[in-house]
Design a binder for this molecule. Structure first.
Ligand code: NAI
Ligand code: MG
Length: 483
């Protein structure tokens, strides 16, 4: 069944309608530079209406639902997402510029998040606490109330799955502000939710620009929790703004994640992960592995094997489903190109690059995947989040050196370690200052079940897995004196 929502509408209180101001934003197809659709430029008034609708649903049908009933609706959302996964993937490919196969993986992941949280709904519970004689003390986990979700353009479906899925599972009512650069699958979620029987107002979707609709959402006094994925700079703004009305925030702010390859590693097994984790979604991934740390004794061998893969990478339009698609926007392309110019000015060594496909559309935002070798660990390319298909290889001497380099950025999202030495695996896992460590793999295939989030500049709070349900709820302690 095809989707029928109007891309120009907002979804508030279970109804589709124009934004209050009637203003629109053009969505650009990054593969061609052409206008793909128009979306509403939501205002503070639209956000206010959405927050009120969310609160009304909590005071009404949604707030009355049992965990079992919530779970059944999420399960239906999962089934509908899977049924429509190809259509969602095509929408995402056109909107984000992501190769179709990667977009299909995202659609399936969104369904899997809804499935996971559907099953978790009625399995989260409080406890009783031994206390003074004459008392019974128990705890309950309750929803925050209205949750705000400000999401980026790079993985709309995966991030909506984990964020909206977790919030609804705990009985919150959500207001979603998708990114102005890519918005279609977020809007489609409104239709999926309606078709699955989610009560009106439990999920509201208001597209718009960050400084306007996003800022209005994080500042709104009726919002009891904000979940944000995006840049460090905006994360800091949101924390400040939510702090004004003392609302908690979960921030997932990207990283500069390393993979560390020791001389005893299974290099053949590592190579595909080293490269894929850098070029997936054209490097526009929060957990992209943009730093490859290689022990000096195997440096040449690893760089040669990575180079062979780089030289086989082909860049082209999303629906051609090649290895690498375009950047999301002309601006993101420019950010990446500025890093490449800086590298050139500083004489960094390019060891390998991908190739452009024949006959690329003129207006697409394409950049060549580029692998740099022997990059000093303190260079901007080894310190700053580039968010493009660019990786740096850094040589290290021993375990202590590897740890120092790995922990030596302002970020701490994830890290990968390649070694057969079990003791070293555990030492590294304990000493890496990050939120997730992967030993002899990277990303664990997405891992819907696995708590995810960062330390330091990568943010705080956890999404995904069961742990997200704690982020999306509060503990209430009830002490009963009965004598
Ligand atoms: P951004 O952080 O500006 O945008 C993310 C979301 O925040 C969007 O929905 C945007 O509308 C909203 N937003 C922007 N300003 C806001 C404000 N003042 N108040 C409330 N919401 C606001 O990210 P952008 O500009 O798209 O990308 C810039 C850089 O951020 C990238 O180059 C990359 O380094 C990083 N980034 C990291 C992501 C991640 O997955 N952790 C995702 C997207 C970007
Ligand atoms: Mg921005």
């Amino acid at each position: 069944m095809a989707f029928s929502f109007d891309t120009k509408h907002i979804f508030v209180g279970g109804k589709w309608r124009a934004g209050e101001s009637g203003r629109l934003i053009d969505l650009i197809n990054p593969s061609t530079g052409e206008v793909l659709a128009q979306i509403a430029k939501g205002s503070a008034l639209d956000i206010d209406a959405a927050v009120n609708a969310a609160q009304a649903s909590l005071d009404g049908e949604w707030g009355e639902m049992t965990a079992l009933e919530r779970g059944r609706i999420l399960r239906k959302m999962s089934d509908l997402t899977l049924e429509r996964s190809k259509e969602l993937a095509k929408m995402e490919a056109l909107d984000v510029g992501k190769p179709f196969g990667q977009a299909l993986t995202d659609a399936i992941a969104m369904a899997r998040y809804f499935e996971f949280y559907a099953g978790a709904c009625d399995k989260i519970h409080g406890s009783t606490i031994p206390f003074m004689n004459g008392f019974t003390v128990l705890t309950m986990r309750e929803p925050h109330g209205v949750t705000g979700h400000i999401i980026p353009w790079n993985y709309p479906m995966q991030i909506n799955g984990r964020s909206i899925g977790g919030a609804l599972a705990m009985g919150n009512a959500a207001v979603l502000k998708p990114a102005e650069e890519a918005c279609l699958t977020a809007l489609a979620l409104g239709e999926i939710a309606s078709d699955a029987g989610l009560p009106a107002g439990a999920l509201n979707i208001v597209p718009g620009i960050g400084a306007e609709a996003g800022a209005a959402l994080s500042a709104h006094k009726g919002v009891n929790h904000i979940s944000f994925t995006g840049s460090k700079a905006v994360g800091a703004l949101i924390q400040k703004s939510a702090g004004e009305h003392v609302a908690p925030v979960t921030l997932e702010l990207g990283g500069k994640s390393p993979q560390i390859v020791f001389e005893d590693a299974d290099i053949d097994a590592a190579i595909p992960f080293l490269v894929n984790a850098g070029i997936q979604n054209a490097g526009q991934t929060c957990s992209a592995s943009s730093r490859i740390l290689v022990q000096r004794s195997i440096y040449d061998k690893v760089v040669k094997a990575m180079s062979e893969r780089y030289e086989a990478l082909i860049v082209g339009p999303a629906l051609d489903d090649l290895n690498v698609g375009p950047m999301i926007s002309a601006r993101q392309k420019q950010i990446v190109e500025e890093f490449l110019q800086l590298a050139q000015a500083d004489g960094l060594e390019i060891v390998a690059r991908g190739k452009m496909a024949d006959k690329l559309p003129d207006g697409g935002h394409y950049v060549l995947p580029t692998l740099f070798g022997n990059v000093p660990a303190d260079h901007s390319l080894a310190q700053d989040e580039i968010f493009g298909p660019v990786q740096v290889v850094i040589a290290f001497e021993d375990e202590a050196d590897a740890l120092k380099i790995a922990n030596g950025t302002s970020y701490g999202l994830v890290a990968g370690v390649w070694t057969k030495d079990g003791s070293r695996q555990m030492r590294m896992a304990k000493k890496l200052h990050v939120g997730q460590v992967f030993i002899n793999n990277y990303g664990a295939g997405g891992g819907v079940e696995l708590p995810f989030g960062g330390v330091k500049g990568s943010g705080h709070g956890r999404e995904k897995g069961f742990e997200a349900l704690y982020s999306f709820s509060v503990t209430k302690t009830i002490a009963i004196k009965h004598g």
